[in-house]
Design a protein around this ligand. Structure first.
Ligand code: NI
Ligand code: MN
Length: 239
């Protein structure tokens, strides 16, 4: 396991994460910017990006993908069903994949992993089948491994993610209601055997009421650093 990375990880509020790699590439995970009440004003337009990773199709994760893809032409990595839908919207450079698969993207390796969540895709007034929700394990150019869990409940096979990929840092949802709350997230830390966690997907709306303080309390017996980032704040980048 690594204690630091030369890439910069930035939390843009809710589940939106930006990674600026040590090689100067930019990856957005679940880029929900314009409509995201937790995204800092200065970040709402998005920057030039090389890749977008999508954990699932819910609006707060698919976010501004269609517009951003038209503007910046990034590679878009997502499940097969979302990839077909994105192509129907005129998005290019889409790479559809599924769980267990790994793709090279922006100098990193992205492995799609399981999540326990739904994935309906809002299309006009209805919902169409969007495949299954997922998470990603991203291996950065310096070998540092980031796990973005997407939206998920805790599940026993998080132990497999820990065994197979040994992530150095995990972005985990803790808000509750649609995802894990701190109770489940603390157990996820045990299963993953990860030593560093950035809590996400809380506080955006009042109903997402899990807090980093509660996670810290529930994870007290574990050897885990709870990194409480500011929205727009960063970790890594040679620190
Ligand atoms: Ni969701
Ligand atoms: Mn969500």
């Amino acid at each position: 396991m690594l204690d630091a990375t030369t890439s910069r990880l930035t939390w843009l509020g809710h589940a939106t994460v930006r990674i600026e790699t040590s090689e100067g590439k930019v990856i957005y995970i679940d880029p929900w910017l314009q409509g995201n009440p937790a995204c800092p004003e200065s970040e709402k337009k998005g920057r030039k990006m090389d890749a977008i990773l999508l954990t699932h199709a819910h609006f707060d994760h698919l976010g501004d993908t269609v517009e951003l893809a038209r503007q910046h032409k990034p590679q878009v990595i997502c499940n097969h069903e979302i990839s077909v839908w994105l192509e129907s919207q005129g998005v290019e450079n889409v790479v559809g994949m599924n769980k267990g698969g790994t793709v090279e993207v922006a100098g990193c390796r992205a492995t799609m992993v399981s999540a326990d969540h739904s994935c309906g895709l809002q299309d006009g007034d209805g919902i169409v089948y969007g495949g299954e929700a997922s998470g990603f394990v991203l291996t950065l150019p310096d070998g540092f491994r980031v796990y973005h869990a997407g939206d998920t409940n805790v599940f026993g096979d998080m132990a497999l993610i820990g065994e197979l990929y040994q992530p150095d840092l995990a972005f985990l949802p803790i808000g509750g209601h649609y995802t894990m709350s701190p109770l489940e997230a603390a157990h996820a830390l045990k299963l993953l055997r990860v030593r560093r966690v950035v809590p996400i997907h809380f506080g955006t709306f009042p109903i997402l009421n899990g807090t980093p303080a509660e996670l810290r309390e529930r994870a007290a017996g574990l050897d885990v650093e709870v990194i409480e980032m500011e929205r727009g704040g960063s970790w890594g980048g040679g620190r």
